[in-house]
Design a protein around this ligand. Structure first.
Ligand code: G4P
Length: 542
């Protein structure tokens, strides 16, 4: 099989949503279509309960299972689909951000009752940063939700993206009668039924057809005609190119629980969504069709068994063909490695894989050699960019409670932060260590895992920082001077890059005003470009 043919039939994407909008239900329906699961509820039972705000035992249990569901690979209608799972729990948002770097497009689920929620806005910001093509699915149309025009408007305003409805609902809640597809002019009638197979499509090239009254009644037929007229006037013809550039998001309406509008969504998604694309490396752009293999590590998953610290590094294949037993070059470590047991995730179970192609995700058993963002190639030194660290939102200082176990603590915290559980910052003169996360839950996870996996005991002391800002500037002297003057609040990340911990928004604005030649970044993405960084400080292993 050649690379081009393998690429064309692949689609690698993620479904994202605010918790409870229906991501799990939609995922499950997709898998049922793909024949990857037979029973409804199979994905659901693997889901981290979002009500469990600090139930880390539940999370520990889930960690074991969720390896298998991290990537769901299934085929449908000649396509090979890699659906990358993202945790619904808000405290694991950073995991989701990173997974978004490994996909080529996204389906965003919105609850028609709640509209656009905070988590959705954040996820969308990440998609916009990367120009990821997004399709919006407005779910739960069987409930008394918001007006569909208001929902479209809300998406444009709050998600900051142009929308283009490709289907439109006929009424909602108890009166929900179905959707009209503006793409292929078909009408699908709704009957509530969790077990249903997707409704039949009735094509109407002419919306004045009297059968429409017969099917949905006079009032709804009149309203549908008016809405479609209005929508066609406002939105005009759909431009796929703009969708591919991430400038416009097609919108579908439906009900995942009732399996309504799901098949239509899946089929349109397969036609519109991009095949696996290349990735930018520091050195050059890598095309997926290049024969030589390259891939990037976007996620590291720890083994649930505390006696073995084995981990799985998830590698997205960027170019060429990945082969089991072949020698690959680990660029950061300047080492050649052979992988005898790479995994794939076909049908939600782990299997050894012989080969993989661009867009696929391979799980590599890892004893600590990988870090998020690492690049593997067939020999060329490359470093893929675009796996950023975002500024954490909660900061706590890590204090060792057992001096006899400081080595274990150091090793544990190093490994956990390499997995991406949290970010670690060092203060160069005092040696203080600051752990930054997006959720409280991670601190509990870290404390628990340090104790159970590494035998170390720690304490966390909350520190009131507002944001972590990576510092750059074209004038190296000015950067150094700032670091000297603000040494109290300047820490270093794991690569030794200087980060200003802003104590408050006011302070940050003040510092920006008084240091116009410096830049303060809330993500670390730019650093791979290597511009104007203060020289990395090599104090980490001190
Ligand atoms: P999430 O992964 O985004 O967190 O959401 P999930 O799919 O778990 O859905 C959250 C709740 O919303 C579930 O109810 C699910 O059944 C329901 N839901 C999903 N799609 C629809 C829909 O189209 N219409 C309606 N009315 N509800 C929908 P639950 O009570 O938490 O679970 P369950 O008892 O139904 O399994």
């Amino acid at each position: 099989m050649n690379v081009q043919a393998e690429i064309s039939r692949r689609r690698t994407f993620a479904i994202i949503s605010h918790p409870d909008a229906g991501k799990t239900t939609l995922t499950e329906k997709f898998l049922l279509y793909g024949g990857a699961i037979q029973v409804a509820g199979a994905v659901k039972s693997n889901k981290i309960r979002k009500t469990a705000t600090s139930d880390f035992m539940e999370i520990e249990r889930q960690r074991g299972i969720s390896v298998a569901t991290s990537v769901l690979t299934f085929s449908y209608s000649g396509y090979l689909i890699n659906l990358l799972d993202t945790p619904g729990h808000r405290d694991f948002a950073e995991d989701t951000y990173r997974t978004l770097t490994a996909v080529d497009s996204v389906i965003l689920v919105i609850d028609s009752v709640k509209g656009v929620e905070t988590q959705t806005e954040k996820l969308m910001q990440v998609c916009r940063m990367r120009h990821t093509p997004v399709i919006i699915f407005i779910n739960k149309m069987d409930l008394e939700g918001k007006n569909p025009f208001d929902l479209l408007d809300e998406c444009e305003r709050l998600l900051n993206i142009h929308v283009h409805p490709l289907s439109f609902p006929i009424n909602k809640g108890q009166q929900f009668k179905g959707v009209f597809n503006l793409f292929d002019h078909s009408l699908q009638l709704f009957t509530p039924d969790k077990q249903r197979v997707e409704a039949e499509r009735l094509v109407f090239d002419d919306l004045s057809h009297p059968a429409i009254e017969h099917l949905i009644g006079f009032a709804d037929a009149a309203e549908l005609r008016e809405s479609v007229d209005l929508l066609q006037g406002v939105y005009g013809p759909f431009d796929r190119q703009r969708y591919l550039q991430g400038a416009v998001a097609p919108v579908f309406f439906g009900s995942a629980r009732n399996n309504f509008g799901v098949k239509e969504l899946l089929e349109t998604f397969l036609t519109l969504a991009p095949a696996p694309s290349g990735r930018q490396a520091l050195q050059r752009f890598v095309e997926p069709t290049e024969p030589a293999f390259s891939g990037m590590v976007f996620k590291i998953h720890a083994n649930i068994d505390p006696r073995h610290r084995n981990r799985i590094a998830f590698v997205r294949v960027v170019s060429g063909r990945f082969e089991r037993h072949a020698m690959y070059y680990h660029c950061r470590l300047n080492k050649h490695l052979r992988f005898s047991n790479p995994y794939t995730f076909l049908a939600a179970s782990k299997q050894v894989v012989e080969e993989a192609w661009p867009g696929d995700v391979v799980g590599l058993p890892d004893t600590g050699l990988f870090r998020i963002g690492d690049t593997l190639t067939a020999g060329e030194p490359l470093q893929f960019t675009g796996i950023p660290s975002f500024s954490p939102e909660i900061f706590q200082e890590l204090v060792n409670r057992d001096p006899l176990k400081s080595k274990q603590l150091e090793k544990g915290i190093q490994q956990l932060t390499e997995e991406g559980v949290a970010q670690l910052f060092y203060h160069s003169s005092s040696g203080r260590r600051l752990v930054g996360t997006v959720g409280e839950l991670q601190f509990e996870v870290i404390r628990y895992r340090l104790e159970h996996e590494y035998g170390a005991s720690c304490q966390f002391i909350p520190r009131n920082y507002y944001k972590a800002c990576w510092i750059t500037g074209t004038d190296a002297g000015a950067v150094q001077e700032f670091i000297r003057l603000r040494s109290q609040d300047v820490f270093y990340d794991k690569e030794g890059h200087a980060v200003y911990m802003a104590p408050s928004e006011w302070m940050l604005n003040n510092v920006k005003e008084t240091n116009p030649r410096l830049m303060f970044h809330h993500t670390s993405e730019f650093k791979t470009r290597g511009e104007g960084f203060a020289e990395p400080v090599n104090h980490l292993r001190a």
